[in-house]
Write a protein that binds this ligand. Structure first.
Ligand SMILES: [Zn+2]
Length: 229
Protein backbone atom coordinates (compact mmCIF):
# COMPACT_ATOMS: atom_id res chain seq x y z
CA UNK A 1 0.00 0.00 0.00
CA UNK A 2 1.19 3.54 -0.78
CA UNK A 3 0.25 7.03 0.18
CA UNK A 4 -1.82 8.70 -2.52
CA UNK A 5 0.90 11.25 -3.38
CA UNK A 6 3.44 8.44 -3.86
CA UNK A 7 1.34 6.94 -6.67
CA UNK A 8 2.13 9.83 -9.05
CA UNK A 9 -1.23 9.43 -10.71
CA UNK A 10 -1.45 10.67 -14.30
CA UNK A 11 -4.19 13.21 -14.85
CA UNK A 12 -6.22 10.97 -17.10
CA UNK A 13 -9.94 11.45 -17.43
CA UNK A 14 -12.34 8.77 -16.22
CA UNK A 15 -15.63 8.69 -18.03
CA UNK A 16 -18.67 9.48 -15.89
CA UNK A 17 -21.82 7.55 -16.86
CA UNK A 18 -24.90 9.65 -17.39
CA UNK A 19 -27.17 7.22 -15.63
CA UNK A 20 -26.05 4.95 -12.82
CA UNK A 21 -28.07 1.76 -12.25
CA UNK A 22 -28.97 0.56 -8.75
CA UNK A 23 -26.32 -1.54 -7.00
CA UNK A 24 -28.67 -4.38 -6.13
CA UNK A 25 -28.10 -6.02 -9.51
CA UNK A 26 -31.77 -5.61 -10.23
CA UNK A 27 -34.44 -8.19 -10.56
CA UNK A 28 -33.42 -11.75 -11.34
CA UNK A 29 -36.35 -13.59 -12.85
CA UNK A 30 -37.27 -17.06 -11.63
CA UNK A 31 -36.15 -19.78 -14.04
CA UNK A 32 -39.10 -21.19 -15.96
CA UNK A 33 -40.30 -24.60 -14.71
CA UNK A 34 -38.73 -27.77 -16.10
CA UNK A 35 -36.11 -30.47 -15.55
CA UNK A 36 -32.88 -29.26 -13.97
CA UNK A 37 -29.59 -30.59 -12.67
CA UNK A 38 -28.56 -28.75 -9.48
CA UNK A 39 -25.43 -28.77 -7.40
CA UNK A 40 -25.65 -28.46 -3.62
CA UNK A 41 -23.56 -25.69 -2.00
CA UNK A 42 -20.07 -26.76 -0.89
CA UNK A 43 -20.98 -25.89 2.71
CA UNK A 44 -24.26 -27.10 4.15
CA UNK A 45 -23.65 -26.10 7.77
CA UNK A 46 -25.68 -22.88 7.69
CA UNK A 47 -28.88 -23.77 5.92
CA UNK A 48 -30.96 -25.41 8.67
CA UNK A 49 -34.16 -24.48 10.45
CA UNK A 50 -36.35 -26.45 12.81
CA UNK A 51 -40.10 -26.02 13.25
CA UNK A 52 -43.11 -27.86 14.61
CA UNK A 53 -45.54 -29.63 12.33
CA UNK A 54 -48.39 -31.81 13.61
CA UNK A 55 -46.86 -31.60 17.09
CA UNK A 56 -43.49 -33.03 16.07
CA UNK A 57 -40.23 -31.29 15.33
CA UNK A 58 -39.06 -31.31 11.74
CA UNK A 59 -36.26 -29.54 9.86
CA UNK A 60 -35.85 -27.65 6.62
CA UNK A 61 -32.82 -27.01 4.46
CA UNK A 62 -33.12 -23.54 2.94
CA UNK A 63 -31.22 -22.65 -0.20
CA UNK A 64 -31.22 -18.87 -0.34
CA UNK A 65 -29.19 -16.07 -1.87
CA UNK A 66 -26.22 -16.85 0.40
CA UNK A 67 -26.41 -20.62 -0.09
CA UNK A 68 -28.08 -21.16 -3.46
CA UNK A 69 -28.33 -24.26 -5.59
CA UNK A 70 -26.08 -23.99 -8.65
CA UNK A 71 -27.84 -24.74 -11.94
CA UNK A 72 -25.66 -27.20 -13.85
CA UNK A 73 -28.14 -28.14 -16.55
CA UNK A 74 -31.46 -26.58 -17.57
CA UNK A 75 -34.00 -26.78 -20.39
CA UNK A 76 -32.27 -25.51 -23.53
CA UNK A 77 -29.27 -24.56 -21.40
CA UNK A 78 -31.07 -21.28 -20.70
CA UNK A 79 -30.12 -21.08 -17.03
CA UNK A 80 -26.83 -23.04 -16.93
CA UNK A 81 -24.33 -21.30 -14.67
CA UNK A 82 -27.02 -19.38 -12.76
CA UNK A 83 -28.28 -20.14 -9.28
CA UNK A 84 -31.61 -20.89 -7.65
CA UNK A 85 -32.31 -19.41 -4.20
CA UNK A 86 -35.47 -19.17 -2.15
CA UNK A 87 -36.27 -22.90 -2.10
CA UNK A 88 -36.62 -25.06 0.99
CA UNK A 89 -36.71 -28.83 1.34
CA UNK A 90 -38.21 -30.31 4.50
CA UNK A 91 -38.46 -33.72 6.11
CA UNK A 92 -42.18 -33.30 6.75
CA UNK A 93 -43.77 -36.56 5.63
CA UNK A 94 -46.85 -36.88 3.52
CA UNK A 95 -48.72 -39.94 2.30
CA UNK A 96 -47.40 -41.40 -0.96
CA UNK A 97 -48.60 -44.15 -3.23
CA UNK A 98 -51.46 -46.57 -2.82
CA UNK A 99 -50.22 -47.74 0.57
CA UNK A 100 -50.08 -44.14 1.83
CA UNK A 101 -46.54 -44.54 3.16
CA UNK A 102 -45.38 -41.36 4.89
CA UNK A 103 -42.29 -40.02 3.08
CA UNK A 104 -40.73 -36.54 2.95
CA UNK A 105 -39.21 -34.63 0.05
CA UNK A 106 -35.89 -34.59 1.90
CA UNK A 107 -35.95 -38.39 2.04
CA UNK A 108 -36.28 -38.58 -1.75
CA UNK A 109 -33.46 -36.06 -2.22
CA UNK A 110 -31.13 -38.04 0.07
CA UNK A 111 -32.12 -41.28 -1.66
CA UNK A 112 -31.17 -39.77 -5.05
CA UNK A 113 -27.83 -38.56 -3.66
CA UNK A 114 -26.95 -41.97 -2.18
CA UNK A 115 -27.86 -44.10 -5.18
CA UNK A 116 -25.38 -46.98 -5.44
CA UNK A 117 -24.32 -46.53 -1.82
CA UNK A 118 -25.81 -47.65 1.43
CA UNK A 119 -28.54 -45.22 2.47
CA UNK A 120 -27.94 -43.96 6.04
CA UNK A 121 -30.67 -44.77 8.57
CA UNK A 122 -32.88 -41.66 8.47
CA UNK A 123 -34.32 -42.18 11.94
CA UNK A 124 -33.94 -38.68 13.44
CA UNK A 125 -33.82 -35.05 12.35
CA UNK A 126 -30.08 -35.03 13.01
CA UNK A 127 -29.64 -38.13 10.86
CA UNK A 128 -31.40 -36.37 7.97
CA UNK A 129 -29.21 -33.30 8.29
CA UNK A 130 -26.03 -35.37 8.61
CA UNK A 131 -26.89 -37.44 5.54
CA UNK A 132 -27.41 -34.31 3.45
CA UNK A 133 -24.37 -32.43 4.81
CA UNK A 134 -22.20 -35.40 3.79
CA UNK A 135 -23.27 -34.78 0.18
CA UNK A 136 -22.32 -31.09 0.02
CA UNK A 137 -21.20 -30.08 -3.46
CA UNK A 138 -22.89 -33.09 -5.10
CA UNK A 139 -25.31 -32.88 -8.00
CA UNK A 140 -28.86 -34.19 -8.39
CA UNK A 141 -31.72 -33.87 -10.85
CA UNK A 142 -35.09 -32.42 -9.95
CA UNK A 143 -38.11 -30.74 -11.44
CA UNK A 144 -38.60 -27.06 -10.82
CA UNK A 145 -42.20 -25.97 -10.34
CA UNK A 146 -43.80 -22.73 -9.23
CA UNK A 147 -46.73 -22.19 -6.92
CA UNK A 148 -48.58 -19.17 -5.58
CA UNK A 149 -51.02 -18.87 -2.70
CA UNK A 150 -53.72 -16.32 -2.06
CA UNK A 151 -53.52 -17.00 1.66
CA UNK A 152 -56.59 -16.63 3.85
CA UNK A 153 -54.26 -16.21 6.82
CA UNK A 154 -52.43 -13.12 5.56
CA UNK A 155 -53.49 -9.71 4.36
CA UNK A 156 -53.47 -9.60 0.58
CA UNK A 157 -51.20 -7.47 -1.58
CA UNK A 158 -52.82 -5.32 -4.23
CA UNK A 159 -51.15 -3.68 -7.21
CA UNK A 160 -51.46 0.11 -7.19
CA UNK A 161 -51.92 2.35 -10.20
CA UNK A 162 -48.20 3.18 -10.24
CA UNK A 163 -47.34 -0.53 -10.47
CA UNK A 164 -46.16 -0.86 -6.88
CA UNK A 165 -47.70 -3.51 -4.65
CA UNK A 166 -49.17 -2.62 -1.27
CA UNK A 167 -50.42 -4.78 1.59
CA UNK A 168 -54.17 -4.26 2.23
CA UNK A 169 -54.54 -4.21 5.99
CA UNK A 170 -57.46 -6.25 7.27
CA UNK A 171 -58.21 -7.90 3.90
CA UNK A 172 -56.99 -11.49 3.75
CA UNK A 173 -56.66 -13.48 0.52
CA UNK A 174 -59.34 -15.76 -0.88
CA UNK A 175 -57.61 -19.11 -0.34
CA UNK A 176 -56.94 -19.88 -4.01
CA UNK A 177 -53.75 -21.71 -4.98
CA UNK A 178 -51.98 -21.69 -8.34
CA UNK A 179 -49.43 -24.05 -9.86
CA UNK A 180 -47.42 -24.45 -13.02
CA UNK A 181 -48.00 -28.21 -13.17
CA UNK A 182 -51.76 -28.55 -13.12
CA UNK A 183 -54.24 -29.61 -15.76
CA UNK A 184 -56.90 -27.30 -14.31
CA UNK A 185 -56.69 -24.03 -16.25
CA UNK A 186 -58.35 -22.09 -13.40
CA UNK A 187 -55.50 -22.96 -11.06
CA UNK A 188 -52.67 -22.59 -13.52
CA UNK A 189 -50.23 -19.72 -13.17
CA UNK A 190 -50.84 -17.49 -16.22
CA UNK A 191 -48.43 -17.17 -19.14
CA UNK A 192 -47.39 -14.12 -21.14
CA UNK A 193 -47.51 -13.63 -24.92
CA UNK A 194 -44.33 -15.75 -25.27
CA UNK A 195 -46.05 -18.54 -23.30
CA UNK A 196 -43.69 -18.03 -20.36
CA UNK A 197 -45.13 -18.27 -16.86
CA UNK A 198 -45.36 -14.89 -15.12
CA UNK A 199 -44.07 -14.45 -11.57
CA UNK A 200 -46.54 -11.77 -10.55
CA UNK A 201 -50.20 -11.93 -11.50
CA UNK A 202 -53.67 -11.03 -10.28
CA UNK A 203 -55.75 -13.62 -8.49
CA UNK A 204 -58.73 -14.39 -10.71
CA UNK A 205 -60.49 -16.81 -8.37
CA UNK A 206 -62.66 -16.31 -5.38
CA UNK A 207 -63.63 -19.70 -3.98
CA UNK A 208 -65.75 -18.26 -1.18
CA UNK A 209 -67.63 -15.37 -2.68
CA UNK A 210 -69.00 -13.75 -5.78
CA UNK A 211 -66.63 -10.78 -5.77
CA UNK A 212 -63.56 -11.30 -7.84
CA UNK A 213 -60.43 -11.36 -5.71
CA UNK A 214 -58.26 -8.22 -6.00
CA UNK A 215 -55.02 -9.77 -4.75
CA UNK A 216 -51.73 -9.59 -6.61
CA UNK A 217 -49.86 -12.84 -6.17
CA UNK A 218 -46.24 -13.82 -6.49
CA UNK A 219 -45.03 -17.25 -7.57
CA UNK A 220 -42.39 -19.11 -5.57
CA UNK A 221 -40.19 -21.95 -6.78
CA UNK A 222 -40.16 -25.46 -5.42
CA UNK A 223 -38.19 -28.49 -6.47
CA UNK A 224 -39.49 -32.03 -6.40
CA UNK A 225 -39.18 -35.49 -8.01
CA UNK A 226 -35.49 -35.90 -7.22
CA UNK A 227 -33.35 -38.23 -9.27
CA UNK A 228 -29.71 -39.22 -9.36
CA UNK A 229 -27.58 -37.03 -11.64
ZN1 LIG B 1 -57.43 -14.51 -4.29
Amino acid sequence: MSKLEELNLADEAIEVPEEVPEQSGGFQPLPQPGHFTFRLPLELGDIWNSFERNNVERISAKFDRDNPLAIIDSPGGDYDGLTLGNVSITNVERARGREKVMVSEMFYLIQALYKGEELPALNSNAAYAKALVAKAGQTFKAELEWSANCSEHRDMYVEQEDGSVKQQEGTPGCGAAYYTNTSDPDNRIPVDEDRLFVERFDCALSPQGDDECQATLRAFPRITRFRTA
